[in-house]
Every structure is written in C-alpha cells, then in structure tokens.
Design a protein. Structure first.
Length: 224
C-alpha cells in the first residue's frame, strides 16, 4: 500500500468518524396517533382563534375558540394554521394571528395536543415514525374543515391552509380543493430526513407562499 493510498484511507475514516460523531440522535416518547371523538372535539374547541373586530363587534379576540365572545352575523376570510411539534405555545403564532385579524382575516389553529399523551419526539427519528405523524396531522385538516362547515362566520370561498415545520407537511400534501391558497413556514417541500418523499400536492395554479430560513435549525445546510 502506498503512502498516498494510506493517506486517503485515513482521511475517509476520519471523515466518517466525524460525521458519525456530529449526527444528533432523537428520542421518541410513545403515545397514540389516532384522534378519538373526544380529542377531535378538543382539537377544534381548544384551537387558538383570532377574530377580527367586525366579528366580535369590538376589539380583536385572540384565544381559545371555546372562550370566544358572541359573534356577529358577518362572514370573513379564514386561515387554518397547523402548528409545529411544539404546539401552540409559541408567542409568534398568536402575534401572527393577531396581525391577520387586524387585516379582517380570521384564523383557527387546531390544537393537536387535544389528544392527551400523544406521541412526541425530538428530531431526528426514523422516517417511518415521521410518516405516521404526518398522516396523523393530515387528519386534523379534515376534522377542522368539517367543523368550519358548521361555522357561519367562515367565508368558505376565501380559505387558506397554512402551517409551520411539522404542520407544513400535511399542508403541502393536502389534495382537496377547498383552499384558495397555501402558506408554509419552516418546511422546504423537498426530500430529506423528515419524510420518505416530499409528496407535495399543490396545484400549479394555486397561490403558494413557502418561507424557510437559510439557517433553519432543521431544514438547511447548517443542520449537521
């Protein structure tokens, strides 16, 4: 074996060793991933909503749907927002909903954690488990849509589907025709560790806004 061959072998071994050392390992906290009748109701009732002033006949309301004030007979555009793996606790979600309401747009962010003790995780985990989670979150779009059909304030001709991170995957994959547009934050709509395949199903003529940071902690080159 020549010195050059030995050097290449050492370089490859070192590179593999460093890659292995840098690759983070995630964790899974086991739990159910199928909504029950109770959790389906909670998904919507515990959703965080924002209602513009014309609906509440006063100041903008941001809070749980179950605590919302009496609404007027007005109809307004509505955005469904699918939160990420951390739930509705992010301050930015409420601020964004408040901003939408200031423009006369209502929003509803269903609470996935209405399914008590549901599976949670820290990335990265195996793709099979991710896909089970994505399928579970997709059912929440259907549940929320069905509930919206019974809500007189929602203008069904002006609905937008949106989400962030984990919540953006079902938004990108949704095949229904109910929405006028889609918004996805913190999800790159491409094949990576998070999916078996991206399976984006957005029609070519549907207005779409996809925003992701070049330094996103999960879906960018800055992620080891």
């Amino acid at each position: 074996m020549t010195i050059k061959t030995i050097s290449i072998a050492i370089a490859i071994a070192t590179s593999c060793s460093l890659a292995s050392a840098q690759t983070p390992k995630g964790e899974i906290k086991a739990g159910p991933l199928v909504h029950t009748a109770e959790s389906s109701a909670g998904l919507v009732n515990e959703a965080q909503v924002a209602f513009p002033a014309p609906l509440v006949q006063g100041a903008v309301y941001v809070g749980p749907l179950k605590d919302a004030p009496k609404l007027s007979s007005a109809k307004v555009p509505v955005v469904i927002f699918m939160h990420g793996s951390s739930g509705l606790g992010l301050k930015a979600i409420g601020e964004w909903q408040q901003w939408l309401a200031s423009l006369g747009i209502a929003s509803i962010a269903p609470n996935s954690f209405a399914l008590r003790d549901r599976m949670t995780y820290s990335s990265p985990i195996d793709k099979e488990t991710y896909e089970k989670l994505h399928a579970f979150r997709a059912t929440e779009i259907d549940i929320t849509l069905k509930a919206l059909q019974q809500m007189s304030w929602a203008d069904k001709s002006k609905m937008v589907l949106s989400g962030t991170s984990e919540g953006s995957v079902p938004v990108a994959r949704y095949t229904g025709k109910e929405f006028a547009g889609r918004i996805m934050f913190a999800w790159s709509c491409e094949d990576n560790y998070f999916v078996t395949a991206h399976k984006t199903a957005i029609p070519d003529d549907q207005p779409t806004l996809n925003i992701i940071s070049s330094t996103d902690p999960y879906f960018s080159p800055s992620n080891t």
